[in-house]
Design a protein around this ligand. Structure first.
Ligand SMILES: Cc1cc2nc3c(=O)[nH]c(=O)nc-3n(C[C@H](O)[C@H](O)[C@H](O)COP(=O)(O)OP(=O)(O)OC[C@H]3O[C@@H](n4cnc5c(N)ncnc54)[C@H](O)[C@@H]3O)c2cc1C
Length: 331
C-alpha cells in the first residue's frame, strides 16, 4: 500500500532499536504488519555505550526476546555478550531496521503519523516510541563542567590509572565506577549529595564500597557537592567547609533522563508527579495522542529504574495486540 506521497504506508514505525524496540519489531513481524524500526545510532545503541566491563544484574534468560535463546558464559551476561545476542536476534528475525537515522519529529497528518528523520519522511498508521533514557545526562550545572576532563559516561578504568579522580553520585553507576577505577590504580574521591550510599545499590556490591570507604581506600564526602571544576582542581563544599583539591578527571555519574522535549513536541502529556511520568494507557501503552504508543524504559519518566528489559519486554505484545485490534476494525 502506498500513501499520498507515493511512499509505502507502514502500519507501524518503531523509534529506537534498543531491546524493547527490537521486541516490538518482532511482534509486528509476527502479526504480519508492515513495520520499520528507525534508530539514531548503532543497534542497541544504549547498551553499546555501557561500561566495557559491565555485567547485567539480570540472568541471561530474562533479557531474551523473540524466543531466541541467550546463553552466557557466567550466570549473568556481560556487555559484549549482550551485543552479540541482540545482533543475533536482529538477523534471526531479519528485522527491518534503519540504523544511524535520527527521528526528528512525528506529526499527525490525516489519520496517520508523518515521521521525519535526518534522511527523509515516512508515513505510518501508528508509531511506537521506545526511546530509552540514556542520551541526556543530568548536568552538575557548575562552572567548568564543559572542560574536557569532565565525563558523563564511563567506559573503562585504564585512562584513570594514577590519576586523581572525583566520582560524583552514590547510585549503582557511581559505585561501580569508584570501585573499578580504584582497583585499577586511580586515586578516587566520591562526592555524594546524600548522607549515605543509596539503598538502590546492588546488595552484593554495597558492603564492598562501604568497606573501601571505611578503610580510607576510597575517600568519600557525604552531604557534599562539587561547586566548581578547574583545569587541575575541583572545589568541594562539605557541611563543614569549602576547599579545593587536586584533580585530573571528574566522572559525573549522576544519571540520565528521557528526551522529554522530543516527547512533548510529539504531543505527549505528562502527569504532575515527581517523576514527570508520561500519560499512557497501562493496558494498551497508547499515549494521549491517538496511535502513538510508548514501550520500554521511557515509560517511567524520571523513575528510570521502574522499567528495565526484564519487566518491559511485555510492552511489545501489549502494543501490537492493541494495534492489531484497531487495524482489523478498520480493514
Ligand atoms: C549500566 C546498566 C545496567 C543495566 N542492567 C540491566 C539488567 O541487568 N537487566 C535489565 O533488565 N535492565 C538493565 N538495565 C536497564 C536496561 O538496559 C534498559 O532498561 C534498556 O536498555 C531499556 O531498553 P529500551 O529499548 O527501552 O531502551 P534503550 O535500550 O535505551 O533503547 C532506546 C534506543 O532509542 C534510540 N533513540 C532515542 N532517541 C531516538 C531518536 N530520536 N531517533 C532514533 N532513535 C532514537 C537510542 O539510540 C536507543 O538505541 C541496565 C541499564 C544500565 C545503564
Amino acid at each position: 500500500m502506498k500513501n499520498m506521497h507515493d511512499q509505502p504506508l507502514y502500519d507501524v514505525i518503531i523509534v529506537g532499536a534498543g531491546p524493547i524496540g527490537l521486541a516490538c519489531g518482532i511482534e509486528a513481524k509476527k502479526a504480519g504488519l508492515r513495520y520499520l524500526i528507525i534508530e539514531k545510532g548503532c543497534l542497541v545503541n544504549s547498551l553499546y555505550h555501557y561500561p566495557l566491563n559491565m555485567t547485567f544484574f539480570s540472568t541471561s534468560e530474562r533479557l531474551e526476546i523473540g524466543g531466541v535463546p541467550f546463553i552466557s558464559h557466567g550466570p549473568k551476561p556481560n556487555r559484549s555478550e549482550s551485543l552479540e545476542y541482540y545482533r543475533r536476534v536482529c538477523s534471526t528475525w531479519e528485522l527491518n531496521v534503519h540504523l544511524y537515522e535520527k527521528v526528528l519529529s512525528i506529526q499527525p497528518e490525516n489519520e496517520n503519523h508523518v515521521v521525519t528523520t535526518a534522511r527523509g519522511k515516512y508515513e505510518a498508521r501508528a508509531v511506537i516510541l521506545s526511546l530509552g533514557f540514556y542520551d541526556l545526562p543530568y548536568l552538575l550545572n557548575v562552572p567548568g563542567e564543559d572542560l574536557p576532563k569532565v565525563r558523563h559516561y564511563y567506559d573503562e578504568p585504564h585512562p584513570y590509572f594514577n590519576q586523581n579522580i572525583v566520582v560524583v553520585g552514590a547510585a549503582n553507576s557511581a559505585v561501580d565506577v569508584a570501585l573499578e577505577t580504584y582497583r585499577k590504580g586511580a586515586k578516587v574521591t566520591m562526592v555524594i549529595r546524600e548522607q549515605s550510599i543509596l539503598d538502590s545499590v546492588k546488595y552484593w556490591v554495597r558492603p564492598d564500597i562501604e568497606n573501601r570507604i571505611k578503610e580510607g581506600s576510597i575517600n568519600a564526602y557525604f552531604n557534599s557537592h562539587v561547586v566548581e571544576i578547574k583545569p587541575s582542581s575541583v572545589v568541594i563544599k562539605t557541611p563543614e567547609r569549602t576547599f579545593e583539591q587536586e584533580n585530573d578527571f571528574v566522572l559525573a555519574m549522576t544519571g540520565y533522563q528521557p528526551p522529554f522535549q522530543f516527547m512533548r513536541e510529539c504531543g505527549i502529556q505528562f502527569h504532575d508527579d515527581p517523576y514527570h511520568t508520561p500519560v499512557y494507557n497501562e493496558e494498551t501503552m497508547e499515549t494521549n495522542v491517538k496511535n502513538l504508543y510508548l514501550a520500554g524504559v521511557v515509560c517511567g519518566g524520571l523513575k528510570t529504574n521502574k522499567w528495565f528489559i526484564e519487566n518491559s519486554r511485555v510492552h511489545a505484545e501489549m502494543v501490537i495486540a492493541d494495534l492489531q485490534k484497531k487495524l482489523s476494525n478498520t480493514a
